[in-house]
Design a protein around this ligand. Structure first.
Ligand code: ADP
Ligand code: MG
Length: 230
C-alpha cells in the first residue's frame, strides 16, 4: 500500500494540531535554552498552512502540498526554525517530484531530502543539540526499515520512534549551533526544542499513515464525493 495526497494532507493537518497542542511545551523548552519563541513560531506557521491547504486544487500531488508548507513556513515563521523547517519541506517536495503515490523508497527519499535540507541551511551535525539529532536517527531508522522490507506505515513508525529517542538524546548535550550554543554547559539537562518539534512532526507522519490505510482513503474519497460533505 503506497501513500498519496490523502496521507500528505492528513500529515500536515495532524502536524498543525499537534504543534498547537504542544505549543506551550515547545515555548517552555525554548525558554530554558533559547528565547522562548519556538512554539509560537511553529504554531503561527502551521496555522497559516492550514488556512491555505483548502485552496489546493482537487488534483494536487503530494509534492504540491509539501511545497505549500515550505513556502508558507519560510514566509511566516521567524527565527532560525522557519528557514530550516521550510527548507526541509522544500527539499522533500523536490524529492517526491510529480509522484502521485509514494512507496517505501519514496518515503525514505522524502525524509532524507528533508534532513539534508536542514543540514544544507544549518550545517549542524548529530550531537550539536539541534533538530538534526531527531532527523538523522529518523532517516537512518527509516532506511533500515525499508531495507528490511517493511511497509510504508512501518517505515514511518520507525522514523517517529527514532526521532523521539533522538530528541531525548539531546538532553545531556552542550549545544554547538543556534542560540543554545551561547549557554555552554548551562544547556546541559534541557531538551532541544527543535528536536522535540521534529519528533512531533515525524510522529504525525506515522499516525497519519496508520490512519490512512486503504479503508481510510476510501472513506475520505467517499466523504469528498458525497453531496453533504463540507
Ligand atoms: P530561534 O533560535 O531563532 O529563536 P526557534 O526558537 O524557532 O528559532 O528554533 C530553535 C531551534 O532551531 C533549536 O532548538 C534547534 O533545534 C534549531 N536550530 C537552530 N540552529 C540550527 C542549525 N544551525 N541547524 C539545525 N537546527 C538548528
Ligand atoms: Mg527561539
Amino acid at each position: 500500500m503506497s501513500l498519496g495526497i490523502t496521507w500528505v494532507t492528513g500529515w500536515i493537518r495532524l502536524t498543525a494540531a499537534v504543534i498547537a497542542e504542544h505549543r506551550v511545551e515547545l515555548i517552555t523548552l525554548d525558554r530554558e535554552i533559547g528565547d522562548g519563541d519556538h512554539g509560537e513560531n511553529l504554531d503561527r506557521g502551521f496555522s497559516a498552512v492550514i488556512h491555505k491547504l483548502d485552496d489546493l486544487p482537487a488534483d494536487a500531488l503530494p509534492g504540491d502540498a509539501l511545497k505549500l508548507v515550505a513556502t508558507t513556513l519560510i514566509s511566516t515563521v521567524g527565527g532560525a526554525s522557519g528557514p530550516l523547517v521550510g527548507t526541509a519541506y522544500l527539499k522533500a517536495a523536490q524529492a517526491v517530484g510529480k509522484a502521485e503515490q509514494l512507496d517505501g523508497a519514496a518515503i525514505v527519499a522524502l525524509l532524507t531530502a528533508a534532513r539534508d535540507g536542514v543540514v544544507l541551511r544549518g550545517k549542524a551535525e548529530v550531537g550539536d543539540k539541534t533538530m538534526i539529532d531527531a532527523w538523522t536517527p529518523a532517516v537512518d531508522a527509516a532506511a533500515a526499515a525499508l531495507a528490511d522490507g517493511q511497509s510504508e506505515t512501518a517505515i514511518l513508525e520507525a522514523a517517529a520512534a527514532a526521532a523521539e529517542k533522538g530528541a531525548e538524546s539531546t538532553e545531556p548535550l552542550v549545544a554547538r549551533k543556534g542560540r543554545a550554543s551561547y549557554l555552554g554547559e548551562r544547556a546541559i539537562g534541557h531538551r532541544d526544542p527543535g528536536s522535540q518539534s521534529s519528533a512531533l512532526i515525524l510522529r504525525a507522519a506515522a499516525d497519519a499513515a496508520a490512519g490512512s490505510g486503504a479503508a481510510g482513503d476510501a472513506a475520505a474519497d467517499a466523504a469528498a464525493g458525497s453531496p453533504g460533505a463540507a
